[in-house]
Structure formats: C-alpha cells, structure tokens
Design a binder for this molecule. Structure first.
Ligand code: PMP
Length: 390
C-alpha cells in the first residue's frame, strides 16, 4: 500500500531540521542533564487566573461542541484587540478561532492556494512553513532575507519570484531572527503584493513581544486589508502553547469559507479553552506584559554579554524570544557549532541552517530558561566560541 505524496513529501528526507533538538531530547531522556535553548516555549506556565477561568467554564458545562467559528464573545474580543491595536475596523465576521497559530497557517494557505500554486515565504523561516505549504499541495518558494540587511526582506528579492506566485507569508516580530519589520519594509512588501496580485499571510503571533520599534500589522497599510490574512495566537502572548488557541483575521467572505473548512477539519476549539482565552484577553496588556517580561530581561542579558566580546555577533533582538547569533568567526557552520556545543557542554541550540540558507553560519538561542541558568549557558557558549575562533 502506498501513502500519499502529500504526506510522505511533507518534509524532505523525513527530517524537519530539528535534529539537534531531537538529539538533545534523547540525551535528556537517557538521564543526561541538557540545557535547552531550543524551542519557543515559556519557562512559566499559563497564568493561574486563566486556568481558573477555564475550570469555571468547564465545570459550568462548556464541555460540548463549541460553535465552529469560535464563540461569539471570543471572536468579538479578538476583533476588539485587533481594531484597537491597528485602527482597522474589525468585527467578529472577520475572525475565525483556530486550534493555535499553526492550524491558522494551514487554513490560511488552504484558503488562497490551489494545488501546484507557488506560495512564497521568507528565509530564515519558522520551521513548519515549507511543510505547511506542501501540506496543502502548493509549492513553497523561499525568499532570502540576509543578515547584512537586518534580516528584513527586500522587494527586489521578493519580485524575483513574485510573478505567477499566489501568496506571500511573512512573520514579524520574527522567529527565528528577532527582527521586527520596519514600516519601509512592510510598505515595500505591500507594494509588491499589490503589483503582483499576491495574497499576504501575516504571521503576527509574537505581536506582544516587542523590544524595539513598533509592531505594524500590514493589514493596516492602504489597500492591504482586502488581501491580507493575519494569523494570531494566544501561545506566545499568554503562555498558552498547550491550549492550542489562535485565530485568522481576514475579509469576512474568506472567513465564511474558512468556517466551512473548519467544519470539515477541526470542528472548532474546546469551549472552555475559548472562555479561558476570552478571560485572558479581557485582562488587557497588563497580563501580556507580565508574560513577556522574562524575555525583555534576557534580551538585555544577551546584549550585555555579547558586548563584552567580539567573536559572536548578535543581530538586534527587536522582538520575540530568540537571539540569532552569527558564529562565522569560529570557522564552523551553525550545524557544526550546535552539534559541538551539545556534545561538549550539553547545551542545545538550533543551527541557523535549520531555518534556511540565509541564516547559515548562525545559531538561534531561545531565551526560554531562567535568568541565572540562561546567563551561565550564554557565557559558556561565548567562551566556547572564543576557543574555537582562537
Ligand atoms: N508562527 C511562528 C512564527 C511560531 O514561532 C509559532 C510557534 N513556535 C507558530 C506560528 C505556531 O504557534 P501556535 O500554533 O502555538 O500558535
């Protein structure tokens, strides 16, 4: 019996570039202590007040099938949040609640791409992007955004592949680079989308983790609301990664189709999770700031340690929970460095090469462990780099 190409070709060679991560996890389960600076997972649990809201909802009976598009109250809360942050008129008819941002990425591409269409995305990229595009039968095409341009994509590079393509996926604040796209970058992207008639899928799951500049949603740029699908999530903003709750914000006719898709795929999101999310959004920025505060602190730790040496160069950490470090002065590839560091010091990082070609010679450090352990792991990493460069 033969499985479909769709599933067997999701990730090339069966690998998804997370080999160092899997090796670190295997070492850990074999009993070896490993410091993991790998994935985007908070070191704090979901706030007890959100869990209380979920518990009250569940024990109050919201355990049956919930409305497939999302509860009206949560759709309204998300619409309010988006409208107040961007100024773009937004109603519940523009919102579909999804089981996390990942499901939203899959649904958004399903909405705009047919089988065989070319879907563009920016490299360095969040690990699932090309697989998500392949998963809906489209062809992923990477557009490099280079370190010497602050990992901001340029219109000339997008234009090279834009002809005949269907969509462009961007992510700001960015995982893995920590870049926040400037207004100029986003305007160039918007102009390119209009010129080449591309749908824009804007992954904004890190919109509360902003350390420098402004978060601009491209949906707010002139003529963009009608061609932009925004992907949002409670995972990063509220430390709710395990609750699987996010959304798509798009023109209402697209949302109508996406509700139909949800009916035939997820059949909605658990009602008590949605009620917990509604409560969390009701707490406003105070709770979001509490959740993002550890990353703000560790960003400062990272920048101060980097400033004390000159082997490893950091890209500006403008947003999100990651530092993208240029380790080319060691003469190693990102993969070589990450593997060596794991073998010799039991510190796991992600090689830049797992995120595409543009981050080759880099490693991504997730600032997702407590401040003291983070500080000492980063010191060890920098000493290791100095030794290699010597
Ligand atoms: N987009 C980006 C850029 C991410 O980093 C992640 C998770 N790491 C997601 C989307 C998906 O997040 P979730 O499904 O948990 O909302």
């Amino acid at each position: 019996m033969k499985l479909s190409k769709r599933i067997t070709h999701l990730t090339p060679g069966g690998s998804d570039g997370w080999d160092v991560f899997y090796r670190a996890r295997a070492m850990k389960s074999a009993g070896q202590p490993v410091i993991e600076l790998t994935i985007g997972e908070h070191d704090i649990p979901t706030h007890p007040s959100i869990l209380d809201a979920m518990h009250a909802s569940a024990t109050g009976g919201h355990t049956g099938y919930a409305a497939v598009p999302g509860t009206q109250a949560l759709r309204q809360a998300v619409a309010n949040r988006i409208q107040s942050r961007t100024g773009v008129p937004t109603t519940p008819a523009n919102i579909l609640i999804t089981p996390g941002g990942q499901a939203a990425l899959f649904a958004a591409h399903t909405a705009v791409c047919d089988e065989g269409d070319v879907a563009l995305y920016i490299d360095p990229f969040y690990a699932t992007y090309p697989g998500t595009i392949r998963g809906i039968g489209a062809t992923p095409q990477a557009i490099p955004a280079y370190p010497d341009h602050g990992f901001q994509p340029r219109a000339v590079d997008i234009a090279k592949h834009a002809k005949g393509a269907k969509s462009l996926l961007i992510n700001t604040p960015n995982n893995p680079t920590g870049a926040v796209y400037s207004r100029a970058t986003l305007q160039e992207i918007a102009d390119t989308c209009v010129e080449h008639d591309l749908w824009l899928i804007s992954d904004e799951v890190y919109d509360t983790q902003l350390w420098e500049g402004d978060h601009i949603s491209p949906r707010a740029l002139p003529d963009m609301a009608e061609r932009t699908l925004v992907v949002g999530s409670m995972s990063k903003s509220h430390a709710m990664t395990g609750s699987r709750i996010g959304w798509i914000c798009a023109p209402s006719d697209i949302i109508e189709h996406l509700i139909n898709l949800a009916t035939h795929t997820t059949y909605g999101v658990a009602g008590y999770i949605q009620d917990g999310a509604e409560f969390a959004l009701g707490e406003g920025v105070a709770l979001e700031d509490e959740v993002s505060a550890p990353f703000a602190r560790r960003r400062l730790i990272t920048e101060s340690l980097l400033a004390k040496q000159n082997i490893v160069k950091g890209s500006p950490i403008q947003g999100a929970m990651y530092a993208m470090l240029d380790i080319r002065a060691t003469g190693l590839t990102g993969e070589g460095f990450a593997n060596d560091l794991l073998n010799t010091h039991s510190i796991a990082t992600m090689p830049g090469e797992s995120f595409g070609i543009a981050a080759a010679g880099h490693i991504r450090v997730a600032m997702t462990i407590d401040d003291d352990t983070y500080t000492s792991a980063l010191k060890t990493l920098l000493d290791f780099a100095a030794l290699k460069a010597a």
